[in-house]
Ligand binder design. Structure first.
Ligand code: SF4
Length: 243
């Protein structure tokens, strides 16, 4: 989390982030792809993936992310159509029958320079040479060229976690943007991971300073459209809650 104010709302004030259609659509599509990769490779067809999406929607019928949206019939239909469209787009990017996943929604945790770092990798797989590949699905818009590297911060952090937990740097990290669809690929190196550590340490230091001073400034960015705290954020015309 790179916005100090969003950090405060989430981790200090413990304000639950309100459900949003974009985030819920992303979660349901992620679940459908997880179900797809739980199938034997020969069954990973587009037809089965659409069925998995229907199953994912059923599972979310009981989950607040979907329930709290209170969608009317039209909105619900629109959400389903958009989600099925993302599944169609996914199959333009790769053939899931050829992927060898070794973990889905993999939770990793490590101590990095005295700080506990956690991450959940959408898909961890092996390439033909037996090297690790980290894959992260994105259901939002792909970045413009000049912000591509910042979008890789998350997957590079996962690469760091792979190094810390498994003792291996992944051969490749990739972001699959389903909506376009495009894949952004990077090859992390020791130097990349040193940069990730430095950035992580800088964020920890900034959070510590903000906690000490009690000052949590908004840091508007493209991520604001996914932020559930916009109504509380002065940078978005919202009103800060009384402390
Ligand atoms: S809307 Fe943007 S600036 Fe405001 S709290 Fe959320 S991420 Fe931070």
């Amino acid at each position: 989390m790179t916005c100090p104010l969003a950090f405060r709302f989430s981790y200090i004030d413990r304000i639950p982030s309100p459900a949003s259609i974009a985030a819920t659509k992303g979660s349901i599509v992620h679940r459908a792809l997880e179900l797809l990769f739980n199938r034997p490779s020969t069954q990973r067809t587009i037809q089965n993936c659409h069925l998995d999406l229907v199953s994912a929607f059923s599972q979310y019928e009981q989950i607040s992310d979907l329930v709290d949206l209170n969608l009317d019939e039209l909105q619900r239909k629109e959400l389903e159509v958009q989600a099925h469209d993302l599944i169609d787009k996914y199959f333009e990017i790769e053939d899931p029958k050829e992927i060898k996943p070794i973990g889905l929604e993999v939770k990793l945790q490590a101590q990095v320079d005295g700080t506990t770092v956690r991450g959940v990798i959408d898909r961890l797989e092996l390439d033909k040479a037996g090297e690790l590949i980290v894959t992260d699905y994105k259901t939002g818009s792909p970045p413009r060229n000049n912000s591509e590297s910042s979008k890789l911060n998350g997957v590079n952090l996962y690469a760091l976690l792979c190094q810390e937990v498994f003792g291996r740097i992944p051969a490749k990290v990739q972001l699959i943007y389903l909506a376009k669809p495009i894949t952004i690929i990077a090859v992390p190196t020791s130097s990349t991971l040193r940069g990730v550590k430095q950035r992580n340490n800088a964020i920890v230091q900034a959070v510590k300073t903000a906690c000490t001073k009690g000052e949590f400034q908004p840091n508007p960015s493209a991520l604001c459209s996914w932020c559930g705290y916009q109504k509380l954020c002065p940078a978005k015309g919202g009103t800060l809650p009384v402390a």
